[in-house]
Design a protein around this ligand. Structure first.
Ligand code: GCU
Length: 597
């Protein structure tokens, strides 16, 4: 009895003390890190036996203890050391055939040796775990995280030891009605530790986060803040932008926050000239560097202005599907491959759908000069009245903006995709929009809204657009509706004097399947849809951009058609093996003409 009492105290203390993920560290690639990537031991646990006892109550002796039999008669019914492995980062579905359709819990374990230094604080950082994660270090619960596409971290300074340590993660990709996304998506539910895992060592007081961007509507006034984390909050800080001749001093306040506001003569970031400045922040106890571009983005009537000039967004939508090998993309190479294809297409903009992609994508977009639409997975029919669902969406939004707010490439935050009209939906999304504007007053806000159709007239009148800076609409004329030949006859009306982006349009085709242009799934059919779409789009006066669906074929559980789809959405302009379809060249030709204007 006494033992159970002590045990329950320990469990309560642990869950209370570390229940919330720690404040997010940003710009991890410029911090002192130790990679925990590579092979991790796993236990596949569809019944969550490692977490719940036979009464379905959380157990004290779960797999997180990574227990070993004390002696030959001791009973321990799992053993990570003898268990199979998975690579991290990486989804589990494409690493083992038996896990291709698997949705549930998999326990990950990683043992590592560490040399502790007393003057350092240590954080454990995850790039992303799909969908929920419960994290333990040396058997102690650090906390939980929900949301499969944003980073989180925990401070482990007082738990990590010199010598042998072990991390255990309960990852679970079960789809939930109250989830974000919810039960139904048109992408594969890749599970696991899908992005990198790192230990980060920091001084006692360190530079945790900063926001250094141009003030809304300005091309020479930098506005922002720097946040210190630690006891030594009040410090003198120096911000250096050597190539712009900037050396500025600031002082942080009792909360460790230093406000920034100053003028500077800057080379502005743009697709034609994606100039990134080396930026250095120095305080008395820490230094950090980053590469940051400066550009202004705003709207005027139905125009989008980049650096004060109207710009048309020549885009393409992209899923975080790995080129050539399939599975969740995660590497710099994946990002460079996908974004280089977008550049070859003639793009100056990409829509990263329908969730925040890995940080390599946005940092490579910074370098390649591709403007970015970044989105949280509020997709289709979310539980609008569920407070937990809203809090979850707000948390994912916060983590997305926190991680990427210094990326010049990101011009638009998207709150949602194809959500059904209702007052509850509007209220839910209005909260997200307020939060986004609060976290980042510099960027544009959008969503892929609902369309009305009367005969051959498409009407943009979703009331959600009253709260948006830019209106996104998805339309599949020539594929889900209307014959390709009729597409150019469609007229468009917008009830708003705001920029409109056709955030999706397209058609499916199996690479190398050829036939006449009326035969579905042939490259000729897809190309014909694009030709007719382009004729229609040219006539829309208030159109400010487009991101056809989609750059590359991607896996989807909603696409079983044998010999054509085989669980691939085939609307890519490029096959998953990197083969360009005829429609790729139709769109490339259009974009090249637009550029030469
Ligand atoms: C929708 C949706 C996409 C989906 C696409 C399709 O509009 O936003 O996620 O993949 O259409 O049907 O291919």
């Amino acid at each position: 009895m006494k033992f159970l009492l002590i045990l329950s105290c320990i469990i309560t203390f642990n869950s209370l003390a570390f229940s919330q993920p720690y404040e997010l560290l940003t710009n991890v690639s410029h911090r002192k890190t130790i990679s925990l990537n590579g092979e991790w031991r796993i236990i596949i646990d569809p019944y969550e036996n490692g977490y719940y006892d036979y009464r379905y109550k959380p157990r004290g002796d779960g797999y997180f203890q990574n227990k070993k039999p004390k002696d030959k008669s001791d009973l321990v019914e799992y053993d990570f050391d003898k268990s199979e492995t998975l690579e991290v980062p990486g989804d589990w579905n494409t690493q083992k055939d038996k896990l291709f359709f698997y949705e549930g819990t998999i326990w990950y374990e990683k043992s590592f040796n560490y040399v502790k230094k007393n003057n350092k604080r240590i954080f454990l950082y995850f790039g992303a775990v799909n969908y929920s994660a419960i994290v333990y270090l040396n058997g102690i619960k650090l906390g939980e995280h929900i949301g499969g596409f944003t980073p989180f971290d925990f401070e482990v300074t007082n738990i990590i030891k010199s010598g042998k340590n072990f991390i255990v993660v309960k990852a679970d990709n079960k789809r939930l009605r109250e989830g974000v996304p919810t039960l139904n998506t048109d992408w594969w539910n890749y599970g696991g530790l899908t992005r990198g895992v790192f230990l980060i060592a920091e001084p006692k007081t360190f530079i945790q986060d900063y926001f250094i961007q141009l003030k809304k509507g300005s091309t020479d006034e930098i506005n922002g803040w720097i946040k210190l984390n630690g006891n030594n909050k009040k410090q003198r800080l120096t911000l250096q932008i050597p190539d712009a001749g900037v050396v500025k001093e600031f002082y942080s306040n009792n909360s460790g926050i230093a406000k920034l506001n100053f003028n500077a003569k800057l080379k502005l970031w743009s697709p034609k000239n994606p100039y990134l400045y080396q930026v250095k922040i120095i305080c008395e106890t820490d230094t950090i560097e980053d590469n940051i571009g400066f550009r202004s983005i705003e709207t005027k009537g139905n125009k989008i202005l980049l650096n004060g000039k109207p710009i048309f967004l020549r885009g393409i939508s992209i899923h975080e599907e790995a080129p050539f090998r399939s599975g969740r993309a995660y590497s710099k190479e994946d990002a460079v491959t996908l974004l280089t294809w977008a550049k070859q297409l003639g793009c100056n903009y990409v829509r990263l759908a329908h969730y925040p992609h890995n940080e390599f994508m946005v940092r490579e977009a910074d370098k390649l000069g591709l403007m970015v639409w970044s989105e949280i997975p509020v997709y289709w029919t979310i539980q609008w009245n569920n407070k937990g669902t809203l809090a979850n969406a707000e948390n994912q939004l916060t983590e997305m903006i926190t991680r990427d707010k210094n990326r010049a490439s990101i011009i638009i935050w998207s709150m949602a995709n194809e959500t059904p009209r209702s007052n509850e939906r509007n209220a839910f999304l209005e909260s997200l929009i307020d939060k986004a504007k609060n976290l980042d007053p510099t960027r544009l806000i959008t969503a892929a809204t609902e369309l009305d159709q009367q005969g051959k007239t498409m009407i943009i009148d979703d009331s959600l657009s009253n709260y948006l800076d830019v209106i996104g609409v998805n339309e599949y004329l020539g594929w889900y509706a209307a014959k390709p030949v009729d597409v150019p006859k469609f007229k468009w009306i917008s009830k708003f004097n705001k920029p409109v982006i056709i955030s999706e349009l397209g058609a499916g085709a199996l690479y190398s399947y050829h036939g006449d242009k009326d035969t579905r799934w042939t490259e000729e059919y897809q190309a014909n849809v694009y030709k007719n779409q382009i004729k229609m789009l040219k006539k829309i006066s208030f159109l400010s951009g487009m991101s056809p669906w989609i750059l590359m074929d991607f896996r989807s559980p909603r696409r079983p058609l044998p010999y054509i789809q085989d669980f691939w959405n085939r609307k890519g302009l490029i096959s998953n093996r990197g083969e360009k379809k005829e429609a790729f060249y139709v769109l490339q030709n259009f974009y090249n003409k637009l550029q030469s204007k």
